[in-house]
Design a protein. Structure first.
Length: 402
C-alpha cells in the first residue's frame, strides 16, 4: 500500500481502538504485572494469525505476524501498557475506577494503537514480505519492563534465529499540535539514575555543637558543590542534570542529627557523560564529608539508558510522516525525561517518535502535560498512530533502511 493509504486503514480501525483504549484507561494497572490489561490485549488479538510469546518475568507479550513472503527481514513495533500511581482528575466517563492509579502517560493509547496496527497488518498478511513483532510491554514507569522482556528472550529468534532488524515506538504527547510527528536523530530522551547519599556525623545537643559532628551543614555544602560541578565542568554540548530533590535529617529542634540523607536524580545524554557524572557524585559526597571529619556514602541506582534514535530509522520515520501528512517536526533538543524503550534501541537499531494529541485548534503548549492528573488524549489522533505503525512496518519490510 502507499503510505498515505494507511490513514484510511487507521480510520477504519478507530472505533475498535477507542473502545480498547477506554477499557484499559478505566482499569489501570501498575508495574510489571498488568494481567487484566494483557487479557484485554489477547482478547482483541484473538483469531488473528499471530504467534503469542510470553515470559516468566512480566505480564508482557510479543505477538509475531509472519508475512506471506519471506525476505528475511523483521521489524518490531512496541506499545507500553502500565499506568502511574496517581489519582485521576479528568471527570471523563471512562476515568480510572482504581484508586491511586491513572493512565497519565498515554500507555492506554499506545497499547490500543498497536492492537489496531496488528489487526490492520494481519488483514494484509499475504502482502507483507517479512515478519512483524508487536511488543506489548508492562513496567515502563520505572520497572525496567523492556529489559526483562529482552532478558526473557521474547525478542529472540523472530526470523532465522535473529532478533528483529529494526524497532519503532510511538509516544503520544499532549503538548504537541494535533497529529504532529516529532523526533530527532541521536539522543531523544535522557538516561535516568536515582542518586542517594548518607552523611554520617555525630549527634548531640544543639546547644553544644562543638561536641558533635553536625551532618546538616556538610549535606548543604554537598548540594552546593554538586550544583557548582554541573554548572562549571559539564560542557553544554554533552549536558547533564543533577537535581537533589529531598533532604532528610534530624528529629527535634534541640538535637543535632547523627546523619543526613540526600535523594535526587541524574540525567545525561551519553553513556560517557553518565559514567563521568556518577564518578563525580561519589567523589564529591565522599570528599566534602571527609573535609568535615565525617563519612559520606554515595549510592546510585541505575535507571534507563539514553533513548538513542538511529539516523536511518529517523529518515524512515520522516518519510512516512511527511507522506501521511499532518505535520513533521524535527526536535532541536532532546527531552530530559527517560523511557525504557531505550533498552530495545540499545539492542536493535530504530527510533521513537512523539505524536501530538492536542485537540485541533487548541494551544497545545498550555494543555495538561504527561504525568498530570488532568492529561487527556484527542482520540481521533489514534487513527494516525495506527497508520504510522503500519507504514513503518511496511516500509522497512519492503526496503529496510534504504
Amino acid at each position: 500500500m502507499k503510505p498515505n493509504d494507511w490513514l484510511a486503514v487507521g480510520e477504519a480501525e478507530l472505533d475498535t481502538v477507542i473502545a480498547l483504549r477506554r477499557a484499559i484507561h478505566e482499569d489501570p494497572e501498575l508495574g510489571l504485572d498488568c494481567r487484566r490489561t494483557a487479557d484485554k490485549i489477547k482478547a482483541a488479538l484473538a483469531g488473528l494469525p499471530l504467534e503469542i510469546r510470553e515470559g516468566p518475568s512480566t505480564s508482557g507479550l510479543v505477538a509475531i505476524l509472519r508475512g506471506g513472503g519471506d525476505n528475511g527481514r523483521s521489524v518490531l513495533l512496541r506499545g507500553d501498557m502500565d499506568a502511574l500511581a496517581m489519582e485521576e482528575a479528568t471527570d471523563l466517563p471512562f476515568a480510572s475506577r482504581n484508586a491511586g492509579m491513572m493512565h497519565a502517560c498515554g500507555h492506554d493509547a499506545h497499547t490500543a494503537m498497536l492492537v489496531g496496527a496488528a489487526r490492520a497488518l494481519s488483514a494484509r498478511r499475504e502482502q507483507l514480505p517479512g515478519a512483524v513483532a508487536f511488543m506489548f510491554q508492562p513496567g515502563e514507569e520505572g520497572h525496567h519492563g523492556a529489559r526483562f522482556m529482552i532478558e526473557d528472550g521474547l525478542l529472540d529468534d523472530v526470523v532465522a534465529g535473529r532478533r528483529p532488524d529494526a524497532a519503532f515506538a510511538i509516544h503520544i504527547w499532549p503538548t504537541l499540535p494535533h497529529g504532529a510527528v516529532a523526533t530527532r536523530t541521536g539522543p531523544l530522551l535522557a538516561s535516568a539514575d536515582m542518586i542517594e547519599a548518607t552523611i554520617t556525623g555525630k549527634g548531640g545537643h544543639a546547644a553544644m555543637p562543638h561536641d558533635s559532628l553536625d551532618p546538616i551543614p556538610a549535606a548543604c555544602e554537598i548540594v552546593m558543590a554538586l550544583q557548582a560541578h554541573i554548572a562549571r565542568t559539564v560542557p553544554p554540548t554533552d549536558p547533564a542534570i543533577l537535581s537533589i530533590t529531598k533532604i532528610n535529617a534530624g528529629t527535634a529542634h534541640n538535637v543535632i542529627a547523627g546523619n543526613a540523607h540526600l535523594l535526587g536524580t541524574l540525567r545525561t545524554l551519553s553513556q560517557e557523560r553518565r559514567l563521568t557524572e556518577q564518578q563525580a557524585f561519589r567523589r564529591i559526597v565522599e570528599h566534602v564529608a571527609a573535609a568535615h571529619g565525617m563519612t559520606g556514602e554515595a549510592r546510585i541506582k541505575e535507571g534507563y539508558p539514553v533513548t538513542m534514535n538511529d539516523v536511518r530509522a529517523i529518515d524512515l520515520v520522516r518519510d512516512c510522516a511527511e507522506t501521511l501528512g499532518g505535520g513533521w517536526m524535527e526536535l532541536s533538543a532532546p527531552v530530559m525525561g527517560a523511557e525504557d524503550f531505550a533498552y530495545v534501541l540499545r539492542e536493535i537499531p530504530g527510533a521513537m517518535a512523539l505524536l501530538g494529541v492536542a485537540p485541533p485548534g487548541s494551544n497545545a503548549a498550555a494543555n495538561p502535560p504527561l504525568h498530570n492528573s488532568r492529561m487527556q488524549v484527542d482520540e481521533a489522533v489514534m487513527a494516525k498512530g495506527v497508520a504510522l505503525h503500519c507504514a513503518f512496518a511496511e516500509r522497512f519490510l519492503a526496503a529496510g533502511f534504504a
